[in-house]
Design a protein around this ligand. Sequence first.
Ligand code: FAD
Length: 262
Amino acid sequence: MAMGEQVRFCDVLVIGAGPGGGSAALHLRRAGLSTIIVEADPEVGTPVHCGECLSQMAVDNLDLELPDHVKALDVKGIRIIFPDGTKKLLSETGYVLDKHLFERWLVQESCDIGAELLLSHRVTSMERVFNSENQFTNWKIDGRGNEFPIECRAVIDASGVAGAASKILDMKTEVEVIAGFQYEMLDVPNDGYLDFYLWPKYSPHGYVWMIPKEGGRANVGLVTTDKKGAIKYLENFIQDTYLKDKPKVNPPWRKEGIKIKP
Ligand SMILES: Cc1cc2nc3c(=O)[nH]c(=O)nc-3n(C[C@H](O)[C@H](O)[C@H](O)COP(=O)(O)OP(=O)(O)OC[C@H]3O[C@@H](n4cnc5c(N)ncnc54)[C@H](O)[C@@H]3O)c2cc1C
């Protein structure tokens, strides 16, 4: 901020422009509160660390009207597959998204009704401001980015696994982080169901997924507590199933020329 300029003020500052921050900002603006979203990255939506599926129930709860360009497939439900071949169908409908497009659309929706988005703004400090009677009045948020400091009545921490506010305020909240990897693959047939494999052999304490998109694209990935072995488990799963000879590609949001990796 240049000298002599006034400190910015808003009702609510949202940390992070992921799906959590985007939907928070949308609802804050719908409620008429002045809102600033600060996002550490220079763009919204990438990299995508997600299987990209979203249930209709979540869409309804968030009161969203998804546009077609963010949807990669309409989904009929989920098929749970066990090692002995047993399959259970869950009939909850939903979507596979192109999540980077979804996040950009969501944040833009909030900006269209008055939220302000500040990219390349990383929060590194949060300070409580008190009046002369020692009553809390507001927060003073500082960090890396031209528009800091920003003052606000309330903060929503939507920084995901980074847990920005809990770390800055030393709230002693420990989370266990598990490993997740996925490939985008081609020529994968689908019948409108997501496949979730509960196969400990391929993902100890986790599960494997095949999340299809239109045109034969699919996210094939897993989560597991065994961080070191995760990529090997994924390779083994692909090798041992009908996915064996399907091409792996980089997802469309990744820059051209980068080696294909999960
Ligand atoms: C492998 C994998 C597969 C998944 N599959 C699915 C799925 O299919 N469906 C589903 O619903 N969920 C899925 N998830 C979970 C889903 O991706 C997350 O729950 C979701 O992204 C969380 O959204 P968020 O907005 O809370 O956080 P994030 O998406 O993590 O966004 C946080 C944002 O905050 C920013 N940020 C962090 N620190 C700061 C800071 N100090 N200052 C400013 N900005 C900051 C980050 O740059 C980021 O943009 C999956 C997750 C993984 C890892």
